[in-house]
Design a protein around this ligand. Sequence first.
Ligand SMILES: NC(=O)C1=CN([C@@H]2O[C@H](COP(=O)(O)OP(=O)(O)OC[C@H]3O[C@@H](n4cnc5c(N)ncnc54)[C@H](O)[C@@H]3O)[C@@H](O)[C@H]2O)C=CC1
Ligand SMILES: O=C(O)[C@H](O)CS(=O)(=O)O
Length: 483
Amino acid sequence: MTPNALRLFRQLAYIDGQWLSADEVGTQAIFNPANGEEIGRVPNMGSVEARRAIAAANAAWPAWRARTAKERCAILKRWHALILENADALAEILTLEQGKPLAEARGEILYAASFIEWFAEEAKRIYGDTIPSHKPDARIVVTKEPIGVVAAITPWNFPAAMITRKVGPALAAGCPCIVKPAPETPFSALALATLAEEAGLPAGLLNVITGDAVAIGNELCASATVRKLSFTGSTPIGKLLMQQCASTLKKVSLELGGNAPFIVFDDADLERAVEGALIAKYRNAGQTCVCVNRFLVQDGIHDAFVARLAERVAELKVADGFTEGAQQGPLINSRAVDKVADHVADALGKGATLVCGGERHVLGHGFYQPTVLSGVTGEMKVARDETFGPLAAVFRFSDEAQAIHMANDTEFGLAAYCYTRDLGRAWRMSEALEYGMVGINEGLISTEVAPFGGIKASGLGREGSHYGIDDYLEIKYTLMGGL
Ligand SMILES: NC(=O)C1=CN([C@@H]2O[C@H](COP(=O)(O)OP(=O)(O)OC[C@H]3O[C@@H](n4cnc5c(N)ncnc54)[C@H](O)[C@@H]3O)[C@@H](O)[C@H]2O)C=CC1
Ligand SMILES: O=C(O)[C@H](O)CS(=O)(=O)O
């Protein structure tokens, strides 16, 4: 590990400005998904430490909310600058614990930094209203106030960006945070906390607690002091956390699973569609909630699209994330590899055709060959379940109505993609697709400037954009009478 990465590589949790071990002796090991080697350990904390983090956050809140927006903005901007200055070290830590290629990890660090920059500025634009009064001697004023202590439970697939996409708006709005990162990838969160501390973020405003997810989650959900929960992860856990938050009526944001369709019409630009397919399917080895799960390709372009896609997929360099030129790293763990293998075997067993890949990679551990299947149909597991791996499953369709029906035939509604050069069809598809986000002739839709989120089983709320701060604010109406 380079010296700067070593400086940011903290094997302690961060609570109330202190770097702490667990109360009880106990740590969790974290493993490099490329080779299974242990890379470090973090405290195995539980409900007692979670309560301590909640108390620290609540104690730090009044002074933070009393700061001006400009003061909060200045500290967030210093944090943003430090993230950029340390991008290489942060990327090294991210690749070590999550596995994605170093270039992709650095891209995530820049993406993560963009949320801090964006919300540093949004802090100064939390506007209210005045409304014409219904009483001659009174005035109506609407203000927006920080919601209070925020809990963030985050996934392993974007171990930096999913922290800043929640903590950025929370701090900008004037809210303290408690972050529980995924057990697979805690070091990116702890490194970001190190830089927040260096940026001068006061103690208690950002707490990163590692350990027993269930015990910590139960405490965060049950505490009336915690007013907001933001979660990114699987739909089943999102539903569980929402249930657990009901007793204290928390405001909940859930960014959950997906089953993204990628629709290619006969009139599509073939090369552009294949370029879009590569990034929308194989980014992070297919481990993003907005990754394509089903390719729906019209009959006239089907064979050319499958052939060209397979040609490009076969060229992808599968290697350890630190290998020069690596384009696909390992999946996060053996369970993830088993799920991809199961989806491939199930589809082939039900009549799909293997176009390329289809095997565990010779590198072993978390590596799986980038794969393309054609002849996929609705009876196969991949039609219903999110693969979360490097498997492109190609279905055929004949006309627009069939494409819309197939695309919407899922419980999920996060992201959808459509390639066509017909302007009318582009608008019809954008409006007909039951998803929170639609890419028309675009395979990469993730950006801090636009509202990220889904509908149906893909969750609640939006992150990023000027909409993203609303979930960390409460609206107050004051009738100012006696004039
Ligand atoms: N929407 C997204 O971006 C993501 C979706 N997923 C989906 O979820 C599947 C499983 O991946 P996981 O990482 O295991 O997701 P997960 O939903 O189990 O874990 C996500 C986070 O929730 C925490 N968590 C799990 N159970 C909890 C509980 N009972 N109380 C409190 N916190 C809890 C985990 O420690 C982690 O921090 C993936 O295969 C994928 O389908 C996973 C990661 C990201
Ligand atoms: O592009 C993104 O922001 C990722 O898809 C985030 S996540 O929802 O997959 O974790």
